[in-house]
Design a binder for this molecule. Structure first.
Ligand code: G6P
Length: 628
């Protein structure tokens, strides 16, 4: 994980770096640091344990001048969070300094070899090995920094996005990437360059961005062009993309936390997600005559690749975390609308499971960040085995978006809160559109159901808005659970993955142990946990086998579980059975997750706030998991 930023140009680097680190803090926040080559050509390195704000405090009154610098916000892998383990790391001579996102897997071997040559290590990190190795190569080969970096990377096994500066050559910044993301922003007339783990720190300065590919080294010289080469020193073309990031999405917009803002963003961003993808057809394609308007899905990736997709005898969805929960819903949608057997795998398991993947298989990779290392590796494996890979991604231009054969962006805007909210509903929306579009081509969707689902999908943003109006009520209700230490979430069918997601949200931000379970499976174990002190969130809404769900609810009531039911409007039966419930608008069973997840997001948010926890930056977590 970790976030890196770099700047070289004509303005003061420090404010650019600090602002960039704040934008990347979602990637890790246990320590931070920066290195600046000052106006007097000194190399000043500052570090602090804790957040970027702690680094700002640490630099007060210090020399923060200079228009060349690199910075880092850390999510510890090797070595506990501490000032000494924080980046940037400095070489033996004190000339070269480096920031790194990723893991150097063979660092222990390299470290022993370097120690034998007199290098002394201060930290426990894998990164310090790399900066020393670069210095060693530079001395050994009497070469410049770029060449030393290139040579060193030949010796390294692992994943990295790095930015390196050399005090002896303050007109140059060298960067490289393998399996960890790195974007380079090009300022006007090449007078300045911005480096970062994603486009968010760059967006306010330029929309001209180059995403480095694996095994590429970039040399950025003040006032000169950007030079990209591979690890063998051969020139590579730097493909400049125009990337527009909505800057208003990068701040809290008056909400106390990003998570709450992103929960409230959902009606609008889901409208964006569907925009242009659900169209009103008033003309018959055959006769050209106007007819009663009908709705249609337009997903260009499905249309353009329907041959590969229709060939699929099986679909495998690979993803992690919340995206995996969306995948479980996707499976049900695809099997229902397309009649294609679908499996859902944790990317981290899939990649090492020696999975049977055949040429006609389609693999769908779901990822908010588009950078999750395990999902990327699963894609690679699927491609090697000949599968056609479809991406469902939020971050435009991200590694997963670029490494899949085709795909659909969810277009919900940057998600900053570590606990995923709007990305989940965006993923489920796109999966619904995907299943409907493919089902239509395959001829497995009932025409009336197709129309009904599409029409209802367009109503979902308003219905979510209705749920959001209950925010105060949910806040009040959440007080009851501030001191709970366990939770059960139960649901069936389309609501089972929502139960898992509700439990995950609670664990992530309130540190309360929670389990999601299929409601009927509960009697095979978890029912033993139920007593008057066990809160049970029960999703009873919109199930096709409603009476079966009610029987499961009855089983919990009989054991005096503390029930909070999520019910659909007008469900008098459950209202008479339980004291505590949240009513959500009616919808179709297959769209229920888009509605029922909203009160669960709000519930976990308010419980975490009441417990005084840092909702946007929960302990030990990171938003973008670029290590395996
Ligand atoms: C991390 C995040 C989760 C996310 C998961 C997968 O664990 O904290 O919110 O669901 O990674 O991330 P992706 O970006 O691939 O969806």
């Amino acid at each position: 994980m970790c976030g890196i930023v770099g700047y070289i140009g004509f303005r003061d680097a420090y404010p650019v770096l600090i602002k960039g680190l704040h934008r990347l803090e979602y990637r890790g926040y246990d320590s931070a640091g920066c290195a600046l080559v000052s106006r007097t050509s000194e190399l000043n390195v500052y570090k602090a344990k804790g957040k970027v704000s702690d680094l700002e405090r640490a630099t007060q009154g210090k020399d923060i001048t200079g228009s060349l610098g690199i910075a880092h916000t850390r999510w510890a892998t090797h070595g506990a969070p501490s000032e000494v383990n924080a980046h940037p790391h400095i070489s033996k001579s004190g000339n070269i300094t480096l920031v790194h996102n990723g893991i150097i897997e063979n660092y222990a071997t390299l470290r022993v070899q370097l120690e034998k040559r007199g290098f002394v290590f201060k930290s426990q990190t894998d990164t310090e090995v790399l900066v020393q190795l670069i210095e060693f190569q530079k001395e050994l080969r009497h070469c410049d920094l770029a060449e030393a970096v290139r040579r060193s990377l030949h010796l390294v096994i692992g994943a990295y996005a790095i930015a390196v500066i050399d005090k002896e050559n303050p007109t140059q910044l060298v960067a490289a990437r393998k399996a960890s993301p790195l974007a380079i922003g090009i300022g006007e007339d090449y007078k300045e360059f911005f480096l970062a783990s994603d486009a968010s720190p760059i967006a306010e300065y330029t929309n001209q961005i180059v995403y480095l590919n694996d095994d590429e080294v970039a040399v950025v010289e003040r006032g000169k062009n950007l030079h990209v080469m591979n690890l063998y020193g051969e020139d590579k073309e730097a493909e400049v993309k125009e990337v527009d990031v909505d800057l208003s999405m990068l701040d809290k917009g008056g909400f106390p936390h990003f998570m709450l803002k992103e929960i409230f963003d959902q009606p609008n961003v889901l409208r964006d997600c569907m925009r242009g993808r659900i169209i009103n057809n008033v003309y018959s394609s055959e006769s050209g005559q106007a007819h009663e308007p009908t709705l249609d899905v337009v997903l260009s990736a499905v249309k353009d690749h329907r041959r590969e997709l229709l060939r699929a005898r099986r679909i495998v969805i690979v993803s992690c975390g919340t995206s995996w929960h969306a995948g479980l819903i996707g499976k049900q949608l695809i099997e229902h609308f397309c009649q294609i057997p679908t499996e859902v795998a944790y990317a981290s398991e899939f990649r090492y499971a020696d999975p049977v993947v055949e040429q006609d298989d389609v693999v769908i990779a779901i990822s908010q960040s588009g950078e999750t290392a395990d999902t990327l590796a699963a894609i690679q494996l699927a491609k090697e085995k000949g599968a056609f890979v479809y991406g469902i991604v939020n971050a435009v231009g991200s590694s997963i978006a670029r490494n899949t054969d085709t795909g659909t962006y969810i277009h919900v805007g940057p998600e900053i809160g570590v606990a995923s909210t709007k990305a989940f509903t965006g993923q489920v929306t796109v999966l619904t559109l995907f299943a409907l579009a493919l089902g239509m081509y395959k001829g497995t969707v009932d025409q009336q159901e197709y129309q009904d689902v599409l029409e209802e999908l367009t109503n979902i943003p308003n219905k979510i808005q209705e749920v959001l109006k209950q925010n105060d009520k949910i806040q009040e209700l959440s007080k009851k659970y501030t001191n709970s230490s366990n939770f059960l979430y139960l649901g069936r069918g389309f609501n089972y993955p929502v139960a898992l997601e509700g439990a995950l949200k609670l664990k992530e931000i309130s540190y309360i142990h929670a389990e999601g379970y299929p409601a009927a499976e509960m009697k095979h174990g978890p029912i033993a946990l139920i007593d008057k002190d066990m809160p049970v969130v029960f999703l009873t809404n919109h199930h096709r086998r409603y009476q079966k769900v009610i029987s499961n609810l009855q089983e919990v009531i009989s054991r005096h579980g503390q029930i909070l039911a999520i019910i659909h409007e007008g469900d008098d039966q459950v209202k008479q059975m339980v004291e505590t419930y949240i009513e959500v608008p009616q919808t179709l069973s297959c769209l229920a997750p888009l509605i029922s997840v909203i009160p669960l997001q709000l519930l976990s948010y308010h419980i975490a706030v009441a417990r005084g926890l840092n909702v946007d930056q929960p302990r030990n977590l990171a938003k973008s998991v670029t290590v395996e």
